[in-house]
Ligand binder design. Sequence first.
Ligand SMILES: [Fe+2]
Length: 230
Amino acid sequence: MKSNYLRVIVTFLAGLWFLAKLRSYKVAVEGSLDLCLLTFLIPVVMELTLTRQDAYDMVVERIGVNNLLKHILAVEAGMRRLAEHFGEDVEYWGLTGLIHDLDYNETKDDEPRHTYVTRDWLKEYELPEEMWRAIHAHPGHTPCETRMDWALYAVDPATGFIVACALMHPDKKLASVDEEFMLRRFGEKRFAAGASRENMAACSQIGLELGPFLMLVREGMLRINDELGL
Ligand SMILES: [Fe+2]
């Protein structure tokens, strides 16, 4: 939140400077003009930006430092890697992954409210509707439509599946897991049974076969390997 406070302060000081400048040039400034300028500045001040650091701090505050945080960071990393692959906005896709489960602790026993509580918490940021559509679609509340919707839908279970692959591998390392190893495990229904095969297979909706899709998500996760402890 620090960056938003900073933005408010900087905007306020800029407003004061602007008013002072007008006066120094002896422009006829009526009281009503001051009021108009302040009315203009208020929405600027109120329009807050959700930075990656703000979102990360919120996740740690709401989720804690545990395996769910690792899952969330893995989804963020997978989304970033896919955005790179498709030439999409890496920060935007990453931020969507980072906040996708923000309300999990509050809604785990009330699934229909999952993601909608997050939206309520973050309403002051006026995040794009496209971001909310992907977040609401990932647990199946709404249909996937865009590439980002399908990506989040498929990446969400893929991260847990890839972690399970790493733990099952003789080396117990993510770096040792290859495409063939993951595809063999994918075919074993009892392996990581909680990771929805149907969701992961939806990677076909974004033009990726399962093997390359899993390898891209794994590549993204490898970049934060220290945080994931794999
Ligand atoms: Fe998730």
